[in-house]
Design a protein around this ligand. Structure first.
Ligand code: HEM
Length: 495
C-alpha cells in the first residue's frame, strides 16, 4: 500500500518510480535477496579483512601495514624484492610479518632462526611456498619448484651430477669457453663492452651445452639458438612478470591462469632439442661408465629408473635440464658482471673477489620455505602449518654488524684470517641446508674460470659518465637481483 502511495506521490511530483519498483513482485524479491547477499558478503569480507590485518599485531610481531588487496606485495614490478627485503631488515627485529595477498608470511632476519629453519628443523621446512602448479610439467617438476616426495628422490639422484669427478670432466669445456671469452673481448676491445650481454653469452654456452649437450657458440658470436632461449628467459614483459610473481608469491592462481615458469616457445624448443640429442646418444651409446656432461648424467638416471621399474617421464628430465640452464646462466652472468664492474672502479682489487661479489650482489636474496606443521619460532610466536617463511639472506649480507661498511666492495673480508670471524648463517648466497643450490660448485668454477681468463689478459677501466657501482640501478621487474641498466667498461689488453 505504502509502495503504491509513494508511486502515486512520485507521479504527482512528476518523478519516475525507481526501476526496481516497476519490476514484477517475484523479480523484486530476487533483487532484494541479491542486495542482501551482496551486503552480507561485503560485511563478511570486511570482517575477514579486519582479522587478516590484525594477524601479526595480535601476535606481537612487527609488520609493514598491508594493502587491502595485495597485502605486502605492492612492491612487485615496482621494486626489486632484494631491495624490498633490505628495507624490511631495517625493522631490526628477528622477524617481520608480511602478507602474500591475504595469507600471512614471515620474513626471518635472525641467523639463529635461519639455522633452525634451513638445517635443524628442515624436516618441517623441506618444501618451498613457490609453485609452478600442476598444468605445466616442465615448470612444476624441476628441482627448484617441485616438493616432496619427488624433490627428495630427484635431489638424491641429481647430487651425483655435480660431484667433484663430474665437475672435473666439465672443466676442460669451461676452460675452452673462458678462452673464447677473452678472444671475444679482444675482438671488441676498441669499444666499451656491455658486461651483462658478454657474460651471459658466455654462461649460455657453458650451461646450455653442459645441460642439453647441444653445441652453442654465443661466446664468440653473441648469437645462436641457445642464446635466443636465454634471451627470452631474460625478457620480463607484462605477462612473464605476472607469471613469475604469481609462481613465487601467489601460486594458488597459477593453474587458474595457466601461468608458466618458462616462456612457452622456449619450452617447446628445449623439449625438441632434448629429445633429439637424447635419442642420438642412446642410439650411439657406448659402454662408457662416466658421463661427459650433465645431460649424460640425466640419461643415466632415466636408465636406472627404467631398470628399477620406476616411472620416469621425459618431462621430469627436461625439467631438470631446463632449471640448470635458467638457474645458472643469469645468476652467474650477473655476479661476473658486477665483480668486473667493481674492479673497473677499484683497480687495486685482486681477482679473488668472488665471495664478496656474491655477498654484495646475491642474485637470489631470499630463501623460500613453507611450514608443514605448526612451528614455534620463539617463546612468543608460533606459526601455523602452511605459513610461508622467507629467510632474508640479502638483508644479513648488508648488516654492518656482520659485514662492516656493507656498501663497500671489500674482498678482504673473505681472506682466511677474516672469514673465520663471519657469524654462521649470515652469509648465504647459495642458500643453506639440504635445499642449498645444487649448482653451487659448478657456478663457482664457471665464475673463477671466466674471471681468471679475463683478468690475465686485460685491465679494466670505467667508461665516463657511468654510475659508480653502488649507484647502479637494480632491475625492478625481474625477481632476481640484477643490474637494471647496461654495465659498460673498457678493456685494455695487458700485452
Ligand atoms: C652464481 C650463481 C648461482 C647462485 C647465486 C645461485 C643461488 C641459488 C639459491 C640462493 C638457491 C636457493 C637455495 C635455498 O633455498 O637454500 C638456489 C637453488 C637452486 N639452484 Fe642455484 N645459484 C647459482 C647457480 C646455479 C647453477 C649454475 C645451477 C645449475 C647448474 C643452479 C641450479 C639450482 C637449482 C636446481 C636449485 C634448486 C635446488 C633445490 O631446491 O634442491 N644454480 N640457487
Amino acid at each position: 500500500m505504502s509502495t503504491l502511495k509513494s508511486r502515486v506521490n512520485m507521479h504527482l511530483l512528476g518523478k519516475r518510480a525507481p526501476p526496481y519498483h516497476r519490476l514484477p513482485s517475484g523479480a523484486r524479491m530476487f533483487f532484494y535477496v541479491l542486495i542482501t547477499i551482496a551486503t552480507c558478503s561485503v560485511a563478511c569480507l570486511y570482517l575477514k579483512w579486519l582479522r587478516v590485518k590484525s594477524y601479526w599485531a595480535d601476535r606481537g610481531v612487527p609488520y609493514q601495514p598491508p594493502n587491502p588487496i595485495l597485502g605486502s606485495l605492492t612492491f612487485l614490478q615496482r621494486q626489486n624484492p632484494g631491495l624490498w627485503l633490505r628495507q624490511l631488515y631495517n625493522f631490526k627485529s628477528p622477524y617481520v610479518g608480511m602478507w602474500l595477498l591475504w595469507r600471512p608470511g614471515l620474513v626471518i632476519n635472525s641467523p639463529e632462526i635461519a639455522r633452525r629453519i634451513l638445517v635443524k628443523d628442515f624436516g618441517n621446512f623441506r618444501n618451498r611456498y613457490l609453485s609452478s602448479g600442476q598444468s605445466d610439467p616442465i615448470g612444476g617438476l624441476n628441482l627448484f619448484t617441485v616438493n616432496d616426495p619427488i624433490w627428495s628422490s630427484m635431489r638424491n639422484r641429481l647430487s651425483s651430477v655435480f660431484t667433484s669427478a663430474k665437475l672435473r670432466i666439465l672443466q676442460d669445456y669451461v676452460g675452452l669457453k673462458a678462452k673464447e671469452l677473452a678472444q671475444r673481448i679482444h675482438n671488441d676491445k676498441d669499444n666499451p663492452i656491455n658486461l651483462k650481454v658478454t657474460y651471459v653469452d658466455f654462461t649460455t654456452d657453458v650451461i646450455g651445452t653442459s645441460a642439453f649437450g647441444v653445441e652453442s657458440n654465443s661466446t664468440l658470436t653473441g648469437k645462436g639458438s641457445m642464446r635466443e632461449i636465454t634471451h627470452d628467459f631474460g625478457k620480463f614483459g607484462i605477462m612473464r612478470g605476472l607469471s613469475w610473481c604469481s609462481i613465487f608469491f601467489f601460486p594458488d592462481f597459477v593453474d587458474y591462469f595457466r601461468f608458466t615458469f618458462f616462456p612457452k616457445e622456449s619450452e617447446d624448443y628445449l623439449k625438441r632439442v632434448f629429445r633429439m640429442i637424447v635419442k642420438n646418444r642412446e642410439e650411439n651409446a657406448t659402454d662408457q661408465k662416466e658421463s661427459k656432461d650433465l645431460l649424460d648424467a640425466l640419461i643415466k638416471i632415466k636408465k636406472e629408473k627404467i631398470e628399477n621399474n620406476e616411472a620416469v617421464s621425459d618431462d621430469l628430465l627436461i625439467a631438470q635440464a631446463a632449471i640448470f640452464l635458467l638457474g645458472g646462466f643469469e645468476t652467474s652472468g650477473s655476479v661476473l658482471s658486477f665483480i668486473t664492474y667493481e674492479m673497473a672502479f677499484n683497480p687495486e682489487l685482486q681477482v679473488n673477489t668472488i665471495k664478496e661479489g656474491l655477498r654484495k650482489y646475491s642474485p637470489m636474496g631470499w630463501l623460500d620455505r613453507i611450514a608443514m606443521m605448526d612451528y614455534q619460532i620463539d617463546d612468543k610466536v608460533t606459526i601455523k602449518a602452511g605459513t610461508p617463511v622467507y629467510v632474508n639472506s640479502i638483508g644479513m649480507h648488508y648488516d654492518p654488524d656482520y659485514f662492516p661498511d656493507p656498501e663497500k666492495f671489500e674482498p678482504d673480508r673473505f681472506l682466511p684470517q677474516n672469514e673465520k670471524d663471519t657469524k654462521p648463517y649470515t652469509y648465504m648466497p647459495f642458500g643453506h641446508g639440504p635445499r642449498i643450490c645444487i649448482g653451487q660448485r659448478f657456478a663457482q668454477m664457471t665464475v673463477r674460470y671466466a674471471l681468471s681468463s679475463v683478468f690475465l689478459n686485460f685491465k679494466v677501466y670505467p667508461v665516463p659518465n657511468m654510475p659508480k657501482p653502488s649507484d647502479v640501478k637494480i632491475d625492478n621487474r625481474c625477481l632476481l637481483y640484477l643490474a637494471g641498466e647496461p654495465l659498460l667498461v673498457k678493456f685494455v689488453p695487458r700485452h
